[in-house]
Ligand binder design. Sequence first.
Ligand code: ADP
Length: 758
Amino acid sequence: LFETAPPPWELAVQDDIATAKVVFSEAPHGPYDYRIPDDMRDVLEAGMRVRVPLGRRRQPTTGWCVETKMGSAASRTLKDIAELVDQDPLCDPPLVRLVLWMSHYYQAPAGQVFDALIPSSVRSGAGTRERTYFTPNTSLIDDAVIEGLPKKQQAVLRFLIAAARPMTSSQLMVEAACTSGPIKSLEKKNLVRLETRREMATAAPMRWNLGDGEVEKSHSLTDDQSNALQRIVAAVDSEKGKTLLLHGVTGSGKTEVYIRAIEHLVKFGRSAIVLVPEISLTPQTRGRFERRFNSVAVLHSQMTPAERHFQWQRIRTGDVQVVVGPRSAVFAPLPHLGMIILDEEHDGSFKQDTTPRYHARKVAHARAMSLGVPLVLGSATPSMESWHACTTGHAELVPMPSRVGNRPMPDVQLVDLRVRDDRTSGSISRPLHRAVEETLRDPGGQVILLLNRRGFATTIQCPSCGHVVACPDCDMPLTHHRDGGKAVCHYCDYTIATPPWCPACRFDGIRYGGLGTQRLEVEVKARFPDARIARMDSDTMKRPGSHQRVLSAFRSGEVDILLGTQMIAKGLDFPNVLLVGVINADGALHFPDFRASERTFQLVTQVAGRTGRGDRGGRVVVQTFTPEHPAIQAASRHDYEQFATEEMVNRRKFNYPPLGSVGRIIIRGAVEDVTEATAESLLGRLEAARNQLGHEVRILGPAPPPISKLRGKYRFHILLQSVEASHLGDTIRRAVETFTIPEKDDVQYVIDIDPMDM
Ligand code: ADP
């Protein structure tokens, strides 16, 4: 009886109570209900932050209100909201719904999703200040009152009444030509009301237009472009949510299509988001949008907090037609959003690798469909996910098979590194060496060389005892960097001076093995002493603006050979690049990851697409130990469909994405066996949850992942696979609901739904 009948005070239900649902960053579950005090009733809305008591904490905790309900019948025992943090919502209701969906799908606390959605500069009010405004206190003012005031106060008050808008004291002093004295007197007599507002400190804390004054020529569209444009315009006009995949070969002119489609949209007062990989936010791309639209907001990682906040406010007030930015721009709060575009939709940077581990394509899809607007995906090498969506009728395929000006695709020559004749002592084969020489002889001819490893040497090993110098925190081999003689861990940045002798056996003569971009640079300089060479990788691109400097030197012909990591494979459009060389196409193939082939195909195809963009044609030399590999074969023939068809057969064998869903749980801790034991017990929970739910989910592990130790923490992972994404999600949710780890164990786990790395 005691258990079924609640104590009488909890039964007392009050009908006219107002309640709010609140979510937190700290609490994984929720939302939790709170009572809205009467004085907040008319102000509180979903999308605002509030401070409320949570659990046993002494101080109120900040949470996000996701719903308010007036006149609900709720228990009187609900706790009260203590305080409002925001005066206006930071999120409109569709974005609040998007947060709740992301929180559910990615199994991340909703408060943390809000934190990803609303930039920290906005949450902290960066670049703002408080200003006090005066308005006449009409309830105390009549003609007699005004007549009775000293002349100066009379003048100020009459001015304020005539102005019919709130004014700050400095505005009043300038416009009514007075001193601060009469204003203060009116304030003392309570004849003016004061209102404090938080506003941007300056009108524009940035130079937002990077347009270089060039006028973009409006091209007449190619047939492929007109067709693509028509299909997108039809989707816009149908006012239905729809996904289109622009499968356009490199150089087919996709950006021009995006621009025209947005031009169509802005005619009706609507706006668009264009998501690009961060690396594509070059002045080249920015300039193209900035020259064609009056009001563009470009979001990028080098903005100051005040600039970011300012742009966000501009976007929210409907001042912006186009937002261009990396993955987080998918949350841009445009009030009349009419389309979302993901350029280079296959790019790995669209997946966030911290909580919430969202993929911008998936979120863009959810947002576009909920608003009933088109989502346009563009790529020369679509992800298998998007390709599959087309073959199953979930997306419309829009092919753009020809390059602008009917330029041919470049010829690709595969160089088999196993053949003795082709090999030289260094990393550049004879055929590639010859091709570089020929290109440099051609007036103005430029070369791009791709090597997807930075540093000088990728292993530092003792030839006597075999010891490999490794990171103590990650167990991964350190990479030797020649500048400063450093050995660096590429996972955690742990850095030491490269040891001159073996730290294990003191043998004097340690060897540098493997090849990084620094070593390649040294070799290229020695082989082509007259060529002007620039290197582009994350080591040389640390300073703001360095990316831009190298690219403009390359554009203006001050550089003959540009070498670098995948940074140089993406998006660049330089007509004088007559040769692209891939130093080692197999680099990505041997990872224990079902996406290894896809990545290899993408990288080779994308970098090959950097040549043959002008009238002088172009060619590609790809060095590989496995020229027969299907991904390399297909890339050498620019044959995406063949690649995709074969790859889908492989994926189907194990129901790998896109044919099924994958989830990954990483368990990490400082003590190896405690971490493993935790992983084992989580596995037990997952199996029990699956069996209770009767779902078909394959659960593998726990096993050490390829990076089994990172930043001093041991790692184990559990992989889950299911044909049904919801079965996978439900199983994990059920398993972790009641799974707690004792604090003393110091073990954490991370859920990654649709992981991009294994
Ligand atoms: P993609 O993104 O498909 O690789 P881009 O949009 O970068 O291709 O276009 C490649 C180049 O062709 C750019 O320099 C662009 O200005 C130019 N271009 C695009 N459309 C046309 C056209 N219809 N006529 C002539 N040049 C064009």
